[in-house]
Design a protein around this ligand. Sequence first.
Ligand code: FAD
Length: 421
Amino acid sequence: LYGIPGDFDVVVIGGGPAGATLSALLSERGRRVLVLDRERFPRYHIGESLIPGFMRPMEELKLLDRLEQRGFEKKHGGTLVWGAQKIPWGFSFIEGGPYSYSYHVRRADLDSMILDRSRELGTHVIEEATVKEAIEEDGRVVGVRYTIRGSEEVQEARAKLVVDASGQARVLGRKLTNVNWHEDMRNVAVWTYFDNAARLPGDEYTNILIEGLEGGWFWGIPIDKGTMSVGYVTASAAAAASDDSLEELFRTQLARSTQLKELLQNARQSSGFRSARDWSYTCDQFYGPGWALVGDAAAFVDPLFSTGVALATLAGSALSKIVDKVLEHPEIEEPALERYATAYRAFFEEIREFVGKFYDRTKYKEFYWEQAQTIVDPSRERDPREDFVTLVSGLSGRHPLFNISVDDLLAERAAATPVGA
Ligand code: FAD
C-alpha cells in the first residue's frame, strides 16, 4: 500500500523530536503519514537537558508516564556561575510553573521513545532512508526522492504536504529558502562524558550547571547516576585563532573553572570528544507551496538555555494542528501556514533576544531578570525573577503557538461563501 504515489497525506523528513511529534499527532487524527530518517534508531544526538516547555507536547502525546517510568533524571532547575556576581546563583522551574520539572536524557532513548509513539499511533516510519531532494511540479513540492542505505535505487514518496524536520541538515530549507546566520552567535561546542562525577549539593542535586569563563562557557548535565555530559562553547573565531585544538581548549578552560572542576575532581572521562559548530540561524521562509519547516530545520538558537528540543516539539505540535486543517481545507494553506510561521518565529525570536542579552556577562542577575520581564511581561505585573524562570522554562504564555488555531480563517471563508455555492 505505502509508497504508491499520492498515497500519503504528509511526508516528514526526519524522525527527531520535531518530526516524531508532528507525525504522531497527525497520525492520531487519522492522517496518513510517512517519516523518512537516514539513521537507524536509537541513534546518538546531542541536546540532553530539557526545559519544562517540552513537557506540554509530551503530555499531548501521552508520554508523561513513560518518561517517568524510563527513569530519566528529573531536572528541577539550573545553577549558574554567570555575570558580575562571583557566587553561583540559580533558579527552580517551580517558580515559573505550570511544570515544575523536566528531564535530562540520553537522546538516543528519548528520540526512540517519541518515534515509537508515532509508529504506535499509525505513522509509517522508514529508517536508513536518506532524502535527496524534493519533487517539484508547477512550483509546488509534491513529494521527495530518497534512497535506502545499501541501495542506489532512487525511490519516490508523494504527499499533499512535505515537512522538513531534518534538523541542521535542512534538506529542503537549503534549496527552497535562504538562511540567516545570527552573527552574534557564531559559536562552536566541544563535549565529552565523565563517569563518577559529583553532584551539586542539596536541592540543586539534578540542576544543570552553567559556568561562564572569560572566553566561553561550560555545561555540566548530570544525565544519570554518576555520568555527566560536559561541553564547552566558545566563539568560532576565538577557537580558530587559538593555537590549541578544541580538546586542548576544553582541558585548559576546565582547569580554570571553579564549580565544574570541583564536581569532576574524582571523575574519569568515559568517552572521546565530539564537536559541533552551533552557529545560530533562522531560515527566511518557514513554508512555501506544499512544504513547511519545523524544529532545527527552520531555526536554531544557541544551546545556552537548552531550548532546542522544547522548541522542536512545541513547533511540531503546533504545525500538526495547522496541517490537519490544511488537509481538510486546502484553500487555506497559505494563510494557515503563515499563521504557524508567525507564531513560531515570535516564540523563537523571544528566546533568541534573551539569549543575546544573557551573553553580556558584565551584569548582575537582577539585570537578566529585568530583561526577561521586558520580553515576557512588559506591563510588569509579576516579580521579574518569575518572568526569568518562565522564559527559560520555554513557557512564556503570551504565545499563539501554544493554542494555535485557524478556526477564524475557516469561519471568515464560510461567511464569504455565498449560500448554495
Ligand atoms: P534532530 O533532532 O536533529 O532530528 C533530525 C533528524 O533528521 C535526525 O534524526 C536525522 O537523522 C534526520 N535527517 C537528517 N538529514 C536527513 C535526510 N537527508 N534524510 C532523512 N533524514 C534526515 N537542545 C536541548 O533541548 N537541550 C540541550 O541541552 C541542547 N544542547 C545542545 C548542544 C549543542 C552543542 C547543540 C548543537 C544543540 C543542542 N541542543 C539542545 C539543540 C537540540 O539538539 C536540537 O534543537 C534538537 O535536536 C532539534 O530537534 P529536531 O527534531 O529539529 O532535529
